[in-house]
Structures are given as C-alpha cells and as structure tokens.
Design a protein. Structure first.
Length: 747
C-alpha cells in the first residue's frame, strides 16, 4: 500500500482529515499581521471544522475520492451564501438568484474595503466572507490532495498559499501558527506511511521525519535568537535609503505644483494615550481616538499655493482650561459629559516648530515656556522652536460626533467666517463650481455634500495617490489635479477645500501629522513621513470638523462621522480603531466606534431569521459526525476486516515456519516466484492448481492495495480462503515428503 493510498483506508482517513483541518486553522495565523483581531478567526475555524466533519462523514460511506470534497464544497458554499449574502428580509434556507446577486455585491464591497484600507485591516462582514470562504477552500484543496488523491506532500502548497500574502507584503504572522501548521504537516506525512513501509524501511522513515522535525524546530527557535543578537548592528549592510536627516519642519507655503520631496524617517514625536476616566462604557483611549496632531491651519489659497496670513492675535491661556475652535469652549474645564477624555503625553524628537502639534479636538495644553494661543487659527504658538526632549501634556475632549448630529448642524454662520469661503478667481472657477454641484447632486445638507465630496476623492478607481505631480497646463492647480487625478495629500485636501467653498461651506486646510505607529512599549512614534494635510469644514453649532479625502492607501479609513458605511446611522463616542503598526509611512486615522460592523453592506440583516439555517447546518454536521464515528468504531472492532496486507503477512509467517520465505526487498510477484521455486524443490512437484491460483490472487490483491488509486475490495472470507488454500497444499506436501517409502515387491 503506497503512502498516499494509506490515508484512504481505516482510521487513517478521518485522522488525516482532522490533521488537514488543524493545519488549515493554524495557518490562519499568517493573517494576524494583515487583519485586525476579530470574529473572523473563530468564524473561519468553525467553518473549517464543520466542513471537515462533513467531508469525513461522507468519505466514510463512499469510496469515491472526489464526492466528499464536492459535497463539502457545495454545502459550504450554500451556508456561506446564506449567512453572508441573504437579502434583507429573505429566507436563508432559500439560496437563489437574489442571494447570488447580493453575494456579488458583497464581494465587490470587500474588494473596495481591501483596496481602500491599510494594514491591519478590520475584517468587516464582506471581508470576513472572503476570509472564511478562502479558509474553507484551502482545507478542501489540501484534504483532496492528501486523502482523495493520495498526495499528502502536496498539501504544503495549499498551506504556503495562506502565508504568501503576508510574506509578499512584509507583514509577518504568528510564529506559533507556523509551528502548529508545520507540526500538523509532519504528522500527516508520518501518517501516510503504510504498515509494510514501516516494517521494511521504518528506520529510514523515522530518520527522515525526525530530521524534518528537528529542522523546523531549529528554524523556529534559532531564527528569532539570531536576529536578536546585538552584534548584527555592527555589520555594514547596503543602505537603500532612510530619508532625510536633520531637524524636521513643516512647510506653511504649500504649492500644489510641487512634487513631494523625500521625507524624513526620523522620529519627530513620541506620545502615549490613556483614559482620564475609568468605566466600562468609556471608549478605550488610543491614537485613533485622538486623531491626527495638527500644527497649524491655512486659510488663503490663490489657485496654486497656500499663503499664511501674518496677522495673529496671540493670548495667554489657562493651562487647566480648554483650547478649541469653538469660542464657547475656550477656557472651560474638560467635561466627560461632552465626550471621552483622553490624556496624551508627548515628547518631541527631531521636530523644530514654533507651532505645537495638538489634537484637532478641544484640549488642554500644559507645557513649560513662553507659549501663546491663537484662537482664530486654533494654534499653540511659541517664541522659540521645540527642541529635543520638549514635553507637554494634553487632556483631549473627544466629542460625540455622529452623522445625524452633523446633518442637523444648519443655521447662520458666525461673523468673520466669510474669508473661509473665498474661491480663487481662475479661468476654471466656473468649472469647479459646476463639478461640485454635479458631485453633490441630491445631497440635502451641507454634511451630505461634504460626504459626497470625500467619497468622490477616495474612489480608488478614479484617483491615484502619487508623490510625483504632473506639470500643470492652466492657471488653476486644483483643476489640473482634477484632470490628472494623481497627487498626494496636499492636492486632495486642497481640492476638497475649494469645492466645499463653492458650495457655501466654510473650509480651511489643516497641516500636521498622522497618529504614527504603536510600539511594543505602548508609545506611538510619529516620523517625518507621517506629515499630512486634510480639510476642515465648518458646521454651525459644531465648529470645524475634519474630513479625509486622501486615499486610504496613505490614511486608512475616514473618520467615523464621515465613513460612508456608517453615515446612515448614529454612532457612539469614537472608540479606538487605530491599527497596529504598518509598513506604510502613515497610520490609520479612523476614530470610529467599536461596533460589529452591522452597518456595512454585506453584514447579515438583523431581520433575517438565522434559526432555520443554524438548525439545518447542525443536522448536516451532526449526521456526518455520526456516520464518521460509527464507521471508525466499526473499523476498530477486534474482529475487524481482514485486508490483503494483513492476509499476506499471515501467510508469510505461516510459510516461514514451514521453511519457505522471501526477502523483504521482494515484490509480491517475486515472492510468488520464490514460493513456487522452494515448494517444487522441497517436494519435487509444484503447488497444486488451486493453491497456485490462490497465491497469485492474494499477491495481486496486495499489489493493488499498495499501489492502485482505487483498490478492489475483498471480503475477509475470500482472503482467508486464499491463505488456507496455499497453507493446506504446502502442509499436505510436507506430510507426503516425510512419509517412509513403500517396500519393494518380492517375487
């Protein structure tokens, strides 16, 4: 029996399926660096486990190599479609054209989410459907290779496929997951060794298996240790560029026709975030909650570049009172009744600025030295620049911003806001106004207009993030950008600012830094590469509100209050959606609520009855599990089925007692020839016809069991009959050979 076919018989078949399922589930740890923690992990594990039970149960009642896998594929596809793509109000037990059509929409939404998000990606329901479906497909492919096709070694290809995205993108998965997958894979290879192979070459097989296991263990243990050796820092390796060095400053004369120069990778800020108040209902304080740190705002734009107004009215402020763009909040004490309070402790690195990076939300600022406040621009300004080790503390009051709140923010604009409505008088001013009206057609409120503009710019099929700016052909840099549809944050933010102004929405440009990356020491690190610009729009009664038109490849998801997937329902106070460190130069800036993603398209509709679907799935899995258990118990009974291999071994043992045998290296056919020759030599005549046919038939059955992809089944009675026929003939020959010769006749 060959190694592959050994997995299709007896207890090895369900055991191999279980090992493949374990290897698949542990391989999902490769996605730990790509996907944020969530329900996708146990949903995928549950789907793989249920599919494994179903496949194992079907295989226990059929000898077909592909029917179990096909059954698992059909049932898994049915359940996934019913669970993730049932139309609102539909019956999940009835998967029809409407379900398939909605599944296509869900897949398209998943593709958009993947393209418009940064790592680690939140596994919203559309993304979760893709992950769970992929996990089931990997299991089915690996199980078909190992058990159905008898090629267990090739299952490694399926498991490697799970690790490929993280390796290619540079996001490592879990080391324990790699160890678990490797160990399950080695057990699968060991299980594939047939009994005869272990008898003849057991020492060699054990040596190979032990060597493979040792190699995996050494790699897992020694790899991290070698990488951590301090002496590696002394090795002079080729430098591929680390960005500019020296003090870092933010330019306040931003020109839309300038390409983005190489940015510094030096750390400009380090900061920690914690909750000011305790409570189960208080959102966790993270950098995502606080949002970007803004250094200054810009108002005046001439069609090509931003210019800073030199006039500023600086005032002193109470270190315990709030600084905010809303005059009614300036000087007030932070109030948890108005939002979540977060304590932010900042240490300056390479940044040399006279304007302090602070949260866009109302905040207190406690810093030593001669610093003043510019209430018109909401800036903290110093007489001298920040220096290394400059520290300050903020208590940030994160408001409960929701789409409904902003939709209702209508009314008269305050005095002095007119300057934030100025639109450059270029040759394309009318074109810009017409485009803004076209984009926002049907939007009923200024908020809906702003949301439409942001969605327009974040469409990855229409716009592309690129640090190289094409040369303009007109006197309007915004119009040129809208024609090339390629640029970086300054172009995206400026364009949304100008288009919002054409609609009568006051807008300005905010300049600062994205939240940065979270380190193992729980400190966020912001580098020069995290420099960013964004538009801020004014809403009566709310104040200046940040939007994010720059594509997600650079910024991550938009703020919760401007997330189109959530804009249809109110949200709670923004909670942590800040992602773990990513390879992109920026970090996510989302400050969305920590919900279950039910507002997303593709999420199961709350009104969809799940009971019938769960009951059906339970019956299918329970039935398959029962069939599997019964089959395994039946095959493990003491009076189990006699196989050709066992019958062949019994015959060999009995013949050896009679002095007839063959070498371990002999094939069954060579063994038949050896038996015939020895019997003829010992008694002077060959095996009888019946015994000879029985010996040949048993040898053929052994060959087919060892090497045929679908060996013929033989009853125990048939096998025992062949063994008995050979032994009976041999024993009769022995008795005749040992009898005394007859006496000679006498005359």
């Amino acid at each position: 029996m060959s190694g592959g076919s050994a997995l299709r018989h007896g207890w090895r078949s369900p055991t191999a399926t279980a090992l493949v399922a374990v290897a698949t589930v542990t391989a999902l740890g490769a996605l730990a660096g790509l996907l944020a923690p969530g329900s996708w992990t146990w949903h995928a594990a549950l789907a793989v486990g249920a599919t494994a039970l179903l496949v194992g149960g079907v295989r226990s009642v059929t000898r077909s190599p592909w029917i179990p896998s096909a059954t698992g594929l059909v049932v898994a596809a049915y359940v996934l479609l019913a669970w993730y793509a049932t139309p609102p109000g539909g019956n999940p037990l009835l998967v029809g054209p409407a379900t398939v059509e909605r599944a296509g929409q869900v897949i398209a939404q998943a593709s958009q989410l993947i393209e418009s998000s940064v790592v680690p990606l939140t596994a919203w329901p559309p993304v979760e459907m893709i992950v769970v479906g992929a996990a089931v497909l990997v299991f089915l492919a690996a199980d078909l290779l190992a058990v159905g096709c008898g090629m267990p070694a090739l299952t490694g290809i399926a498991f490697v496929a799970v690790w490929t995205p993280g390796v290619v993108l540079g996001f490592s998965g879990s080391t324990w997951a790699l160890a678990g997958t490797g160990f399950a894979y080695l057990l699968l290879l060991a299980l594939a060794q047939p009994p005869a192979a272990r008898d003849r070459g057991g020492r060699r097989a054990a040596t190979v298996l032990a060597g493979s296991a040792a190699l995996v263990a050494v790699t897992l243990v020694a790899g991290p240790l070698v990488a951590a050796v301090p002496a590696w820092s002394w090795v002079d390796l080729p430098d591929v560029g680390t960005g500019a060095v020296g003090p870092v400053r933010l330019a306040d004369d931003l020109d839309l026709r300038d390409s983005l120069r190489q940015q510094s990778n030096q750390v400009v800020l380090r900061y920690s975030v914690s909750n000011e108040d305790e409570g189960d209902d208080i959102a966790a304080a993270t950098a995502g909650l606080v949002g970007p740190l803004r250094s200054f705002t810009l108002r005046d734009f001439d069609g090509r570049s931003w210019q800073r107004d030199a006039n500023a009215e600086l005032t002193e402020w109470d270190r315990d009172g709030l600084l905010a763009s809303d005059p009614d909040l300036v000087g007030a004490a932070p109030d948890p009744g108005r939002g979540t309070l977060a304590a932010v402790d900042v240490e300056v690195g390479a940044l040399r600025e006279q304007r302090l990076p602070v949260s866009t939300f109302p905040r207190t600022v406690d810093i030593e030295g001669p610093w003043s406040y510019d209430p018109a621009r909401d800036e903290v300004v110093g007489r001298q620049r920040t220096d290394v080790d400059t520290t300050y503390r903020m208590t940030v009051e994160v408001p409960d911003l929701t789409p409904d709140l902003l939709r209702g923010a209508t009314g008269d604009l305050p005095d002095g806001i007119e300057a934030y409505l100025d639109v450059p008088g270029t040759d394309h001013e009318a074109d810009l106004r017409g485009l803004a009206a076209e984009i926002t057609a049907g939007a009923a409120t200024p908020y809906d207009q702003a949301l439409a503009l942001q969605t327009y710019f974040r469409d990855s099929t229409q716009f592309r993030y690129d640090t190289t700016v094409e040369a303009g052909s007109s006197d309007d840099a915004v119009w040129d950008f809208l024609q090339s549809r390629s640029g970086y944050c300054v172009q995206f933010a400026t364009s949304m600012t100008v288009l919002a102004r054409t609609l009568g929405i006051p807008a300005r440009l905010g300049v600062g830094f994205l939240p940065g990356d979270l380190g193992s020491d729980r400190l966020y690190r912001v580098t020069g590469a995290d420099a960013h610009a964004w538009p801020e729009l004014y809403f009566p009664g709310t104040g200046w509100v940040r939007f994010e038109p720059t594509p997600a490849v650079q910024t991550g998801p938009p703020p919760s209050w401007s997330n189109p997937f959530r804009a249809s329902e109110p949200s709670a106070a923004p909670t942590s959606a800040a992602q773990q460190p990513s390879a992109a130069p920026s970090s996510t800036t989302t400050t969305g609520p920590d919900d279950d993603g039910s507002a997303l398209p593709g999420a199961p509709d709350p009104g969809t009855p799940r009971g019938p679907l769960v009951a059906l799935l339970g019956v299918l899995v329970a039935g398959a599990a029962a069939a599997l258990v019964v089959t395994v118990l039946r095959r493990r009974r003491p009076a189990g089925r006699l196989t050709p291999e066992v019958a062949w071994q019994r015959l060999r043992d009995r013949l050896r007692r009679a002095g007839i045998g063959w070498a371990d290296a002999h094939t069954p056919r060579q063994a038949v020839a050896a038996v015939r020759q020895q019997v003829a030599a010992r008694r002077g005549r060959p095996l009888g016809p019946d015994a000879d046919r029985a010996l040949a038939a048993l040898a053929t059955a052994v060959e087919r069991q060892r090497y045929a992809p679908d060996p013929e089944a033989h009853t125990p009675e048939e096998l025992q009959g062949w063994v008995g026929a050979v032994l009976t003939d041999v024993s009769q020959g022995r008795r005749q050979a040992s009898a005394p010769p007859p006496e000679a006749a006498t005359a």
